[in-house]
Design a protein around this ligand. Structure first.
Ligand code: SF4
Length: 505
């Protein structure tokens, strides 16, 4: 098995950096369907540029490289223990190379292991089969979309949709609800892997396994095929749109399996996958570990570029914000404005926000731009460089954000998916603004970073530390302003009305 290590590192690197062709096609179709000039269309343009940049530079498509989850099939007689060890070594190596973000955190102490290894990580499922080769599939599913997974126990009463019974109509309601509740927080447009039945634990696993079907396949079960087609049509009428900005494309795939269940249980398990739908697979020679073929892609075919025209065309109406920001500059902004940020910003996510509740900030945050981001960083000598730096889901900071704004004078918060009423009230009272970056556009945003000026709170690990960055022309959209307006609240309300409309009379 002299080639096994290199084959696995290649699988991980390609999965993290090169979006599979079926996902590219689905996203390209989403771009063609979207209304030109809208915020959703702008978001898709940035996503397309980001996908091209990631493939060209072999950098992570999104900074959240997720929970590495492997499904391995081996011929009878192959030593699975050795393969498990090789997978762990390859995960550590890919992390060292900056293809994976260190994402494995001790659940009790919060300490990051630094190499993506630890109890329960990576996830590896083994199965034997009667073929001669080894097959290894990998999915990298990030936390933002993982947090939007949903499991329903029928019968249930669903917000806006009423009672969901133990039948296909009840399942349909669950799936529409799953798309609606995700809004932009799971980086829409998304895809659903679904399991009808089974038990709670295995149902989620089967749902996740549906993400290994290609987006353009047809379910061999005609009943499920019809349901998949219906969900695609109806979910795209909801109007969630890319990043939850409102728009015509909310879903790029729906893949449903049915598994037997206990008579007393009826679960519908939903794995919500974001647009950065990273999964690939390899076939290996069972004696050498060399790659004999790829699943989902043909490496002999050149990667098709996604960017059309100039990618993210500037209209000239963008508002340039130079940090540190004044209250006056922030209060002049309104929902829908596109801004280009220049100057300094600080990253801060879960650990930083919890820290700021009990401790003063290590830097002066007056007028600051606070970026909800856990970047991929690499150190070369004494210099840090940014390898991937897109926004993370902001709603996790809702319990803290209003206090951080009030106490320390933060003027702009950048993240994705929007925030809640407490933050909205604080923006209005203290003169601050929420800016929505494009989730998953980690390469695009990394290129706006001119310099890493420093780092604080490194004891929280690379993704959770407070990075001090100088950026140029960092684009974002004002989605919550200092006048009490929230695009997220508006879209949630409008899509809820659509959801009600989709109830059968
Ligand atoms: S695209 Fe969004 S949801 Fe997906 S991994 Fe990246 S940040 Fe998370």
């Amino acid at each position: 098995m002299q080639f096994l290590h290199n084959s696995l590192v290649e699988l991980i690197s390609q999965t993290a950096t090169n979006l599979p062709p079926d996902v590219r096609h689905a996203m390209a179709a989403a771009g063609l369907n979207e209304t030109p000039g809208t915020q959703a269309a702008q978001a898709l343009n940035i996503i397309f540029s980001n996908v091209d940049m990631a493939a060209e530079d072999s950098g992570p498509i999104c900074q959240d490289t997720g929970m590495p989850t492997f499904y391995v099939h081996t011929p009878v007689g192959v030593n699975q223990i050795k393969i498990g060890k090789a997978i762990r070594a390859a995960v550590a190596e890919a992390t060292r190379l900056g293809k994976l973000r260190p994402n494995s955190v001790d659940s009790i102490t919060g300490k990051n292991s630094g190499d993506n290894l630890g109890p329960g990580t990576p996830v590896v499922h083994f199965e034997q089969w009667e073929e001669d080769e080894i097959e290894i599939r990998l999915v990298l599913k990030g936390g933002g979309c993982e947090n939007k997974n949903a499991q329903y126990s029928l019968p249930a009463n669903l917000e806006r949709l009423g009672r969901a019974d133990r039948n296909l109509e009840g399942v349909r309601k669950c799936l529409l609800h799953a798309v609606w509740q995700a809004q932009g927080q799971g980086c829409a447009p998304g895809a659903l892997g679904v399991c009808i039945g089974s038990d709670r634990a295995h149902g989620y696993d089967i749902a996740k396994q549906q993400l290994f079907r290609t987006l353009d396949d047809t379910n061999p079960d005609p009943v499920l095929a019809e349901l998949e087609e219906r969900i695609m049509r109806e979910a795209n009428e909801l109007g969630v749109g890319a990043m939850g900005f409102g728009g015509r494309v909310s879903l790029i795939g729906c893949k449903i399996a049915a598994a037997n269940r206990l008579p007393a249980s009826f679960f519908v398990s939903v794995a919500y996958e974001c647009w950065a739908f990273r999964r690939l697979g390899i076939r290996l020679d069972a004696s050498t570990g060399a790659i004999t073929g790829w699943l989902y892609r043909d490496p002999a075919r050149p990667v098709e570029r996604m960017t059309r025209g100039e990618g993210f065309p500037l209209s000239g109406r963008e508002v340039v914000l130079t940090a540190p920001l004044t209250e006056e500059a922030v209060r002049s902004l309104k929902v829908g404005d596109v801004v280009l940020i220049r100057g300094e910003m600080y990253t801060g996510r879960d650990a930083v926000h919890a820290y700021l509740m009990k401790n003063p900030p290590p830097v002066d945050l007056n007028g600051a731009v606070l970026y909800h981001c856990g970047p991929v960083m690499l150190k070369d000598g004494n210099e840090w460089s940014v390898k991937a730096a897109g926004p993370t889901t902001s709603i996790r900071e809702e319990p803290y954000q209003a206090d951080v704004i009030r106490r320390y004078g933060v003027r702009a918060v950048i993240g994705k998916g929007g925030m809640g009423p407490r933050t909205l009230a604080a923006l209005k009272e203290y003169g601050a603004v929420y800016l929505n970056g494009i989730g998953g556009a980690a390469q695009y945003y990394a290129r706006t970073v001119q310099e890493v000026l420093g780092v604080n709170l490194m004891e929280f690990g690379i993704p959770e530390a407070m990075w001090h960055l100088r950026v140029n022309n960092f684009p974002a959209i004002v989605t919550m302003d200092a006048h009490g307006n929230s695009l997220h609240a508006d879209i949630e309300k409008a899509t809820a009305e659509e959801l009600e409309r989709l109830q059968p009379a």
